[in-house]
Design a protein around this ligand. Structure first.
Ligand code: XMP
Length: 310
């Protein structure tokens, strides 16, 4: 049986031992994994932890500000790094999903590496969980935060990597979050991929296309707060459909809505959602985002699909 209290005690002690009197940086996203890691590390080394939110332009609406203000409320050092231009420049012209993940990861570590140096830190704390490692080993996807994939040994750069959650799964991370008395918005927060909305924009990731998915995501999330999904999402397809607006032909975007139930993200089941809910989402998407003329619902479980589209 997993014991969150014991886990917290043990990890706090281990983190303290590993960091010693050095400075540590953690890139936080607002998700339960990185938040739990940040709080554990803060318990271990206090002011010697700098939490950083890297604004990659791929997060949901208002996410950066919310995350920074949460950590400031805990009296922790929190810094927002605006790297939007760098991310969009690195993703320009790329359509292959794995290439996009790699471009994202390279930019992520280039920005993070610079931030680590600016803070004079020699420790990097990461919220990698067991599922991230398992999927990487199985070669399914390039996870942005699994360092082994970069092919460089961070220790060779004098950087100590600390991954307190590497052995545990999402539901256990949530138990730890509740045990740390983190608010429900954190302990119950739905997973969101590291590369953010980039995994939900098929084809080229541009500011304009991300903006469509950002608006669609907000609608889908608002309409599904109470359905108990593991994850809900809106995905922009890399094709268009003929539609009709005010009696004229409109060649517009296609959005796929996906909602899944899952325990640990290793397998997932497409949800049986009431038709009224789906129709309400569809109506909001096609009225609030005029560029969208067609909405689809994803029926496929994982496997054979994955939770994200790419
Ligand atoms: P897939 O799409 O592989 O997703 O079935 C499994 C879970 O992982 C999330 N995901 C990621 N999380 N970095 C992350 O931190 C990533 O690169 C990444 N890709 C997918 C996904 O949202 C789901 O919860």
């Amino acid at each position: 049986m997993f014991d969150p209290v014991k886990f917290i005690e043990e990890q706090t002690r281990l983190i303290k031992e590993k960091i010693g009197d050095r400075i540590a940086v953690i890139a936080v996203s607002g998700g339960v994994d990185s938040t739990v890691c940040a709080i554990l590390t803060y318990k271990a080394v206090g002011e010697r932890l700098v939490t950083v939110f890297i604004d990659d332009g791929l997060m949901r609406e208002g996410e950066g500000e919310q995350v920074i203000s949460f950590f400031k409320q805990q009296n922790m050092k929190a810094r927002l790094v605006d790297a939007r231009d760098e991310f969009f420049a690195s993703l320009k012209g790329i359509t292959d999903p794995e290439e996009k993940r790699k471009a994202f990861r390279n930019t992520f570590y280039s920005v993070l590496g610079r931030t680590v140096r600016e803070e004079n830190a020699t420790c990097l704390v990461q919220g990698t969980i067991a599922a991230d490692v398992a999927e990487t080993i199985r070669g399914i996807k390039t996870q942005h935060n699994v360092l082994e994939q970069i092919g460089i040994d961070p220790e060779g750069y004098g950087l100590t990597i600390i991954e307190p959650l590497r052995e545990i799964y999402k539901h256990q991370v949530r138990e730890v979050a509740r045990s740390l008395l983190l608010p429900k918005e954190v302990s119950g927060r739905k997973p969101f991929p590291g590369p953010g909305l980039a995994t939900r924009v098929l084809g080229e990731v541009t500011r304009e296309r991300v903006e469509i998915v950002r608006k669609a995501t907000k609608v889908v999330e608002e309409e599904t707060e109470d359905i108990g999904a593991f994850q809900v999402m809106a995905v922009l397809l890399n094709d268009r459909a003929t539609g009709v607006r005010e009696d004229k032909r409109a060649y517009g975007h296609i959005i796929v809505v996906r909602m899944v139930r899952s325990e640990d993200a290793m397998t997932a089941e497409a949800m049986d959602v009431p038709w009224e809910t789906l129709k309400k989402i569809e109506r909001r998407l096609t009225t609030e985002i005029p560029e969208v003329v067609h909405v689809l619902y994803s029926l496929t479980d994982k496997p054979p699909a994955t939770i994200e589209f790419q």
